[in-house]
Design a protein around this ligand. Sequence first.
Ligand code: ATP
Ligand code: MG
Length: 601
Amino acid sequence: MRLSQMLFVTLREDPAEAEIPSHKLLLRAGYIRRIGSGIYAYLPLMWRVLKKVSQIVREEMDATGAQECLLPQLQPADLWRESGRWDTYTQAEGIMFSLTDRRDTELGLGPTHEEVITTIAKDMIRSYRQLPLHLYQIQTKFRDEIRPRFGLMRGREFIMKDGYSFHTSEESLKKTYQDMDRAYSNMLRRSGLEFRAVDADSGAIGGSGSQEFMVLAEAGEDEVLYTDDGQYAANVEKAVSMPADAENSSFATFEKRETPGTDTIDKLCKFLKCSSTQVVKNVLYQAVYDSGITVLVLVSIRGDQDVNQVKLLNELTKLAPNYQAKTILFLTVPDAEAQRKWTAKSLPLGYMAPDVADDYIAGSKEVNSKFLRLVDRTAVDLTNFVTGSNESGYHVVGANWNKEFPLPATVVGVRTAKKGDRAMHNPEQTLQSARGIEVGHIFQLGTKYSEAMGATYTNEQGEEMPFIMGCYGVGVSRLAQSAVEQSYDKDGIIWPVAIAPYHAIISIPNISDAQQVEVAEKLYAQLNQSGVETLLDDRDERAGVKFKDADLIGIPYRIVTGRSLKTGKVEIVERATHKSHEILIEEVNATLKQWIEAALK
Ligand code: ATP
Ligand code: MG
C-alpha cells in the first residue's frame, strides 16, 4: 500500500479523550476513530492487526479440532427466558441491548452466545456418538457497559472469539479445557504478549474451574495476586490466602463503653487502643433477588478484613431458594436513599452489633422482615471481642459468641485476600500484587445451561442426559490494544512482528530524487511479492515527518532509500531498538524474510 493513496492521518497531540497510553497511541496513529461512547471504527491499519490476531486465534482453535461457525447477533428473548437470563441481562446487569421488532417480538443483541449454541445442540445433537463437539466463532459482541473506556479495552461493541464445547463426561470436558488452556497460552505467546493464567471466579455454579488470561500492564482493570514460587496466581475476586493472626484481646470482661465519634474501625481502635483484629465489624448489604424480594444482609467479619463482594454474591446466590428465587439481580451497600425504603427507624450506622434487631426493618411483601446474618470465618474464633452496641456513640468490649451474641448459623468465607497475606499452599510465600488486563477466560460450565434449557442427548444406556458444557472467550480487539499497552516508547507503538499491520515501511527521503524513487519502487514490488508486507511512504513530505510517522504507527522495519544508495545499500532501522543496518539492495528481501521468520518463532 502507498501512503499517498491511503487514509493516513496522524495527530501530533494526545487526544483529550484518551487516558491510557495504548488508547492515545491508537488514536494518534490513525488506527481507530471514536464514533460514540464505547463505539469505534477500526481503520485500515487496525483492521489488518485485528485480522492477524483473529488468524492466530483461528489457527490455535482449529489445531484443537474446534470448528468455526458464525451465530446470529440478533437473539430472540425467548431463548434467554428459557435459560433464565433475560431479566438479569436486560434489567439487573442491564448489559444486554434489547429491542422490540415491528411484530412486537423482543430481541437482544448478543453479548455472549450460550443460549443460541445450547438451542442448536438441543436440536442437532441426539446421541453420545456425536460428542464431544466444540464450535467457535469470531464476531462482534454488544454490551451496554456502564463505563465504556480506554478505547477498545472496554467497548460497547467489540470483537470476541467465543467457543462452546459439549461433552458426555467431566473427563471429556477437562480434556478440552486443558486443550484450551494450551491454545490460549499459544495465542498470547504468538501475539508477543507477556501474560499470566490465573484462577478466576466462576460464579455460584461451584465446583467447576475457570481461568483468566491476564496481560500484565499497569493500566489493567483487574488485580492479580500471585506468589513468587509460581505455584499460585488468582484474580483478587477469587484469591484465597491466610489472614494475619489475630492479636489476643486486651479486654477480659464484657462491658459497654462510651466511644464517641468512632464510626470507623480506625477511629475505634485508636480510641480503645486495641488492634483491629479484636473487633467484629458488621457490614450491611442489600440484595435484590429475582423473585422481587429484597433481603438485608449483615456480614460480621474481623475488623482488619474487607468483604469481597464477588464471594458474597456467590454465597447469597446459593441461598436464593430460601427467597423463592434463582438468582440475585442487585447486591449493593444501601445508601441513605435505599435505606429509607425499608427502615422502620434509623439504623445505628457505624455502631451496629451482630444482633441488631429485626424491627429496624419495615417488612413487606417485597422486603424480607429479618436480617440475613452471616459470619465470616475470620470472626468466628474471636473471643472477648469489641463490637457495636446498637447505640450511636457506644461499643461493647469483651464480648463472646453464644454468650452476649448468638453466632450466626451461616458461616461463610467472604474475606478479600490481599497483597502481603500468607499463601495457602505455603505460608512462607506471601502474595504479590500486579495489574492485569483480562484478555481471555476459559470456563467449565457444567450443566447450567443444558439443564435450564432442557438440552439433552441419549447416552449409551439409552438415558436422556443433559450436555456437560464448557465455554471459552478471547477479546480479540482488547488483545490487540493490550499489545500496544505492553509495547510502546516515546515515539509511538512498537508492534510485535506477528500482529503488526505491515512488516516493513519504505520511506523515500526525497521523492524528487529519481534514484531514491526507483530503488524504493523496486523493493516495494519485490518485498510484497515475496510475502514481506510492505508500505511505501511516497508522500511529498520531509524525511523527518516520514520517519516520525513510521515510528508512531510502529512498523517493525523501516527501509530508507537515502544516502547509502551510493554504495548500493539501503538503511534498515529496527523499530523496537532503533538499531540501524546498512544492507545491500539485493540482499534486503532475504534479510527481512530471515528477521521476520526469527521474530515469529
Ligand atoms: P470484564 O470482566 O472485563 O468485563 P467479562 O468477564 O465480562 O470481562 P467475558 O464474558 O469472559 O468477559 O468475555 C470474554 C472476553 O471478552 C474477555 O476476557 C475480554 O477479553 C473480552 N471483553 C469482555 N468485555 C469486553 C468489552 N466491553 N470490550 C472489549 N473486550 C471485552
Ligand atoms: Mg470474564
